[in-house]
Design a protein around this ligand. Structure first.
Ligand SMILES: *Cc1c(COP(=O)(O)O)cnc(C)c1O
Length: 345
């Protein structure tokens, strides 16, 4: 099977497995796992923040971040196409008593300042309104095809948030894809957000884990919330060891980006497939099937039978995600399979 559904299918590399076997361990709830501590230091330094906290998942990383920033009864301004809004089971409402205010998402992943502006009540002292306490951005943007938010845009949001006196959280599940794709150091991207979460378990190919980074005081709150939610783990260095290598080897994502372009270029030459080539900036290729003999669902099902797995993102959109588990031959094979399906009668 050529697995293009997600970069979460990556397996730990042989050097990660070695590091996991050899990692010095301790009880991390006591703050005594040396490998987890090393990973947290590395994450904080790499993203240019004071402190970091290891998390079992990106979902918990976002949830603890939102809860640390936003009090009960407040609202978070979040894109209506954001992972936080769509795929995280409403955690901030369920656990934090926080209202999500979905903001229209532009095709390139941006939330317009004018739309964010509308999230603020005319009279913030009027007791009937929930008060905005946080802006959440997503970079790269998953459902917008791995789009990288431009640095100028991030600066604008930062300035807007400052005039309104509220923090910015970046769901940077794939922030290293943004850094590699734009050729911008990851800390320069992170500088515009008060907090960032990023996934070690996607293209970076660690088996488990995400990091939250931010100020020391913020991370102390996040750590308490992690414990409350059941995410305090013990000899967690056994997975943190893979996370250290994941960060050290992040530059390797460039290969995934090159292969995403190869795949998208190949697909753009096929009659019956529509792919927005210009929108392929990182490791994600979004496409549609225009051949009337197929629906997007029947196409995905046939591809699966033929040995090619792609993700169904809804409303006719299919997604192919490139990752470390693939090589150039897989791209050729994937294109062959797609071409064969389209040629069949
Ligand atoms: C995968 C993902 C998450 C959640 O991470 P999990 O580890 O799967 O919980 C959050 N945000 C974005 C943009 C993601 O792609």
């Amino acid at each position: 099977m050529i697995e293009l559904r997600s970069d979460t299918f990556t397996l730990p590399t042989p050097s990660m497995i070695r590091a996991m076997a050899e990692a010095p361990l301790g009880d991390d709830v006591y703050g005594e796992d040396p490998t987890a501590n090393r990973l947290e230091e590395l994450a904080a330094i790499t993203l240019g923040k004071e402190a970091a906290c290891f998390m079992p998942s990106g979902t918990m990383a976002n949830l603890t971040s939102i809860m640390a920033h936003a009090p009960r009864g407040s609202k978070v301004l979040v894109g209506n196409e954001a992972d936080i809004y769509i795929y995280e089971a409403g955690g901030a409402s369920v656990c934090g008593g926080i209202v999500y205010e979905p903001i229209p998402t532009q095709a390139d992943g941006r939330l317009l300042i004018s739309d964010l502006e509308r999230g603020f009540p005319d009279d913030p002292d009027d007791p009937q309104f929930a008060v905005p306490a946080l802006i959440c951005l997503e970079n790269t943007h998953n459902r917008c095809g791995g789009a990288i938010l431009p640095q100028d845009y991030l600066r604008e949001v930062r300035e807007f948030a400052d005039t309104r006196g509220i923090p910015v959280h970046m769901d940077g599940a794939r922030i290293f894809n943004a850094a590699v794709g734009a050729g911008t150091p990851v800390a320069e991207i992170a500088q515009y957000a008060d907090s960032v979460q990023f996934c070690l378990s996607k293209g970076l190919s660690a088996p488990i884990g995400s990091m939250v980074v931010g100020s020391a005081a913020f991370i102390a709150t996040v750590r308490r919330l992690r414990k409350m939610l059941g995410g305090g783990m013990r000899q967690v260095g056994v997975v943190a060891a893979a996370g250290i290598l994941a960060i050290d080897e992040a530059a390797g994502l460039a290969e995934d980006h090159r292969r995403a372009r190869l795949l998208a270029e190949g697909m753009s030459r096929l009659e019956g497939i529509e792919v927005a080539l210009a929108e392929v900036q990182t490791n994600i290729v979004m496409f549609r099937v225009t051949d009337p003999r197929f629906t997007w669902k029947t196409f995905a099902a046939i591809a699966h039978e033929e040995g090619l797995a792609v993700a169904e993102l809804g409303h006719g959109r299919l997604r192919a995600v490139l990752h470390r588990g693939l090589d150039d031959t897989d791209i050729t094979k994937a294109l062959d399979i797609i071409e064969r399906i389209l040629r069949s009668s």
